[in-house]
Design a protein around this ligand. Structure first.
Ligand code: PDD
Length: 296
């Protein structure tokens, strides 16, 4: 556990870090967040996460609490003070603290900015390739602006717990038309019967456009991996050759069972393994130019 968290301009001992009870993040989940993996002291896909943070804030009509460059300095000072090498670093921004009222507060209310972290083990490729996870499907109960990385995560908390209760790692959420949207905190991918990589499109704003997903798409283009964006059902996923999920925290995580159906031969798939390799090379390389993230 890191020793310090950053709250509104101060690095405070983690145990004492707090925001006001009238913070709109606490009262209304009126805020947004980003999670960035710090891999051996390097912020993986930082550019894309900050692109998306700025966009989420714009969509919510919350001001950036400080310019991007200043926030990057805070992030670096934060890992320096905590002597962090490997961690998930969380940036949370809310509309700020104000007397409870549904409408936006008037006057000089400053957004709340919190930077915190959860330490994690050094990424080990060999270990990851042996981590084969199960998923289950659950109804997608979320609001309609799932493209905004908002802090209203009640539906995802319930979905994830349903997965855990059913002995699985991730919940794949299913929309009213019977198609998988995404994982509770991940994007979902399959390799279909023809060997094509498939993931749901993002242009209807009905899923979060993952920064990891975005970079993998760009890398797939360079590596000549055939990829189509289309929605797929649980029934198609059960028969897929391979399946995996992606996020800043999980990076690429193989899924070998969905609702108890074995995916492919129940082992790490060839394409999943290749994507794991090239995404991790990209994410951990300090010198490599990072991909930008755009809304659609
Ligand atoms: N979750 N879809 C949802 C609903 C998510 O919450 C996330 C990320 C993703 C993947 O996005 P990215 O590749 O940018 O991390 C997709 C983070 C990790 C979280 O809330 O912990």
């Amino acid at each position: 556990m890191p020793r310090y968290s950053y709250v509104n301009g101060h690095y405070v001992p983690h145990g004492e870090a707090a925001v006001h009870i009238e913070d709109r993040g606490f009262q209304f989940a009126d805020g947004v967040y980003e999670v960035i993996s710090c891999v051996s002291g390097h912020f993986a896909d930082e550019v894309g996460h900050l692109d998306r943070l700025e966009r989420s804030l714009r969509e919510m009509r919350i001001a950036m609490p400080m310019p991007r460059k200043a926030l990057q300095l805070v992030m670096r000072e934060f890992i320096r003070r905590n002597r962090i090498k490997n961690a998930y670093v969380y940036i949370q921004v809310t509309r700020g603290a104000a007397p409870r009222d549904f409408k936006f507060p008037q006057g000089d209310i400053k957004p709340t900015l919190v930077v915190s972290a959860i330490g994690c083990a050094r990424f080990d490729m060999a270990e990851r390739k042996n981590l084969l996870k199960k998923a289950v499907t659950v109804p997608d109960l979320r609001w309609k602006r799932r493209d905004i990385k908002a802090t209203c995560l009640t539906a995802q908390v319930l979905a994830k717990q349903m997965a855990v209760d059913r002995g699985a790692y991730e919940a794949l959420m299913v929309d009213d038309d019977g198609f998988i949207t995404e994982g509770s905190s991940t994007n979902a991918w399959i390799v279909d019967k023809k060997g094509t990589l498939v993931t749901r499109p993002t242009d209807h704003n009905d899923i979060l456009k993952g920064v990891t997903r975005n970079a993998i798409q760009a890398l797939c283009k360079k590596e000549g991996v055939k990829l189509v964006e289309r929605a797929f059902t649980p029934a198609e996923a059960y028969k897929a050759k391979e399946a995996f999920i992606t996020a800043a925290t999980t990076l690429v995580m193989p899924i070998v069972s969905i609702d108890g159906y074995k995916i492919g031969d129940g082992k790490l798939g060839k394409l999943t393994s290749k994507i794991l390799d090239f995404y991790f090379d990209y994410a951990s390389d300090k010198k490599r130019k990072q991909e930008h993230w755009t809304p659609t």
